[in-house]
Design a protein around this ligand. Sequence first.
Ligand SMILES: [Zn+2]
Length: 233
Amino acid sequence: MEKPLYPSKNMRITQRYNVGSHIDSYAIDEAGPDSNISTLYAPFTGIIKKIYQTDANEVWLESIEPVEYPDGTIDYMTIMFAHSNDVSNLFVGKKINRKEPFYSEGTKGNATGNHCHIECGKGKFTGTGWYKNNGGSYSINNKKKPEECLWIDDSIKIINSNGLNFKKIKTEVPEDKPLTPNTPDNKPPEPNIPEEQENTEEDDKKLIFTSPKKDLYGVFLEKNDKLYLEREK
Ligand SMILES: [Zn+2]
């Protein structure tokens, strides 16, 4: 089962939830290692459920299967990214694999400096994906704190977590490619040892006919007659 991974290789949260433009939401702004446009990776394998291009290119990704939350909860997860300048590579219904780069930071919509606005929701995509909160902004439905949804691992450099504590995945490698146990069903095939050749008739083989030239020949055979071909080397 997938553990949703924090979507940036360099965590630099420039604005956390419940402050500034994130009042009454669990949104975070992820700005990457520098002021350039960085790539965001899918935290889990999911399907794009909605793209809202008239505002900030918001994209909702819903997990195709239940995922494991850091507190052990098993449920679907939906995540919303915003501010990419270009989402022409994406469409509703597109499948995105876990750790696949699919979204970019940007400044589209109400954004200062290249970053990605991220909101997590527990469960599947619902309704229009969001609602107007008490701060006057739109927040993802079924909002949940990012550190209660996303895991980190050693591949993620923490530059500034803005006081948020993310739980770390111990062993990441076996999750994607589980080792195949040696059960009777998948044992390697037995080596194909050929049975001993029956060559008892080799010695009393009788020469019947020697072909004078390359041609097609017919022969009348009784039941159980055996025909041998011996070719001159
Ligand atoms: Zn934001």
